[in-house]
Design a protein around this ligand. Structure first.
Ligand SMILES: [Zn+2]
Length: 342
């Protein structure tokens, strides 16, 4: 008995010794006591729609399109910046999983930047397509199943699934859900897209080299991907890694993903020849499983991570430097590991 307690206290001390670096960017909800998960600070679907319409009215180069409707009838938006159809084109997709919201917050911030002098001249040589919040019903918790066991307090729960309790990022082959049909028909099949970043959030406790990651990235891993498409994906990953991992607050691992083509990272690379990159950021906005949820103290740097990612990708495509990006880092980048938080 005594020995068991001793072991426990040693484990506790060890766990504590690695916490400070992570605490700097916020944890939660139950870790080290107690942050309430409050989703009222997140942008609602209605606020997003209003924001996009205002930016559309304000930004001469932006065109806002409705590409379809969700199960519950919410309009799905595409923000387009097309200066020349012959330019290389990149698509940013957020929130296929409704409880992964900070990627959308970052995409909206980036849309705002595209209307200012911060990105002057860059859009002359690259077309940018942004589909924010592909799963608005899940994001607003307006679904046909119970979310009573979800952790966030207050009125709004966010869930991975769409209103039919389907996982949109497992539907890219069968295409049974209206959100996925809209994306394929009116975006993927309608534009000549070269690059795509699919933005997600993962659990809060993955680490690389003993330090919690701010996110992890991965290229297509299906054997059916064309080698040139794969190279483009690895180059896109190189641009993102160099922009984020060098910031001081960013720490990226390699995501341990499979080869199923039902997910966009693999499926879109094969079906459309798009160089895809999956970006899984740290921690979800809501879930029933506590280690997946991250407190809002981390919101600032995770939103900044999204903006940094989108900005770096657009710049590197615009000036052509992406084609010289060094992909050798992928050979040594460690696959993230899940830290035991029990
Ligand atoms: Zn996801």
């Amino acid at each position: 008995m005594k020995k068991a307690m001793l072991t426990l206290s040693v484990a506790g001390a060890l766990m504590f010794s690695v916490v400070p670096a992570a605490s700097a960017v916020g944890n939660g909800p139950g870790y080290g006591g107690n942050e309430t998960i409050n989703t009222s600070i997140l942008t609602t679907y209605e606020e997003m729609a209003d924001f996009l319409q205002k930016q559309d009215a304000k930004q001469a180069h932006m065109e806002l399109e409705v590409i379809g409707q969700s199960v519950k009838g919410r309009d799905l938006y595409l923000a387009k910046y097309i200066s020349d159809p012959d330019n290389p084109t990149i698509l940013f997709l957020t929130q296929q999983h409704g409880n992964e919201q900070l990627t959308t917050e970052g995409a909206l911030e980036f849309i705002k930047h595209l209307g200012t002098s911060k990105t002057k001249g860059i859009l002359d040589n690259v077309n940018v397509l942004i589909v924010p919040m592909l799963n608005p019903d899940g994001a607003m918790g307006d679904v046909n199943f119970s979310l009573d066991d979800y952790i966030a307090k207050g009125d709004r729960h966010l869930t991975r699934y769409n209103a039919n309790e389907e996982d949109l990022n497992r539907d890219h082959v069968a295409k049974t859900q209206p959100e996925i049909q809209a994306l394929h028909t009116n975006v993927l099949g309608a534009f000549d897209i070269d690059y795509m970043i699919d933005l997600h959030h993962q659990g809060a406790w993955s680490e690389r080299d003993g330090e919690l990651v701010s996110g992890s990235i991965l290229y297509p891993t299906t054997p059916n991907v064309d080698p040139d498409v794969l190279l483009g994906s690895k180059q896109l990953g190189s641009v993102v890694f160099n922009a984020v991992d060098s910031t001081g607050w960013g720490h990226l691992g390699k995501y341990g993903g499979g080869d199923a083509e039902t997910i966009s990272r693999n499926g879109l690379a094969v079906e459309y020849g798009i160089s895809t990159l999956l970006f899984e950021m740290r921690g979800m906005s809501d879930h029933y499983y506590e280690p997946y949820v991250l407190g809002q103290k981390s919101n600032g740097y995770l939103i900044k991570q999204t903006v940094t990612t989108l900005d770096a990708a657009v710049r590197a495509i615009s000036d052509g430097s992406i084609e010289q990006a060094d992909v050798s880092f992928w050979d040594t980048l460690a696959v993230q590991q899940w830290r035991d938080t029990e």
